[in-house]
Design a protein around this ligand. Structure first.
Ligand SMILES: [Zn+2]
Length: 107
């Protein structure tokens, strides 16, 4: 392997790290309909989750967000991830998560 091949390999290796480390959720407040966004940083916002036997089952993240409008409704988001940080489940109390198309249509 030549020197430049070696360099190429180095740089392509660097580029291979996960691209989406921050996930942005768009949530519509149940009370006033305002659309609020919540950011989840997969590197810093996730907590490890263990089962009863003490073995690691994945990650979870809990966020409380509030719109800028006057309704002061707090929206709680709980998300569960696999050990590979793939989103398994999300639960929203006080609001509804918008799918991509929905969020664009109402923007
Ligand atoms: Zn609201």
């Amino acid at each position: 392997m030549g020197f430049f091949d070696y360099l190429n390999k180095l740089f392509s290796g660097k580029a291979a790290k996960p691209a989406r480390e921050v996930q942005t959720l768009r949530i519509r407040c149940n009370r006033c309909g305002e659309i609020v966004s919540a950011e989840v940083n997969l590197n810093s916002d996730l907590s490890l989750e263990y089962n009863e036997n003490g073995s690691m089952v994945g990650y979870y993240c809990r966020k409380v967000v509030m719109g800028k409008a006057r309704c002061f409704q707090q929206i709680e988001v709980v998300m569960r991830y696999s050990p590979k940080k793939q989103l398994l489940d999300q639960e929203v109390i006080g609001g509804v998560v918008l799918e991509k198309g929905e969020a664009e249509a109402s923007a």
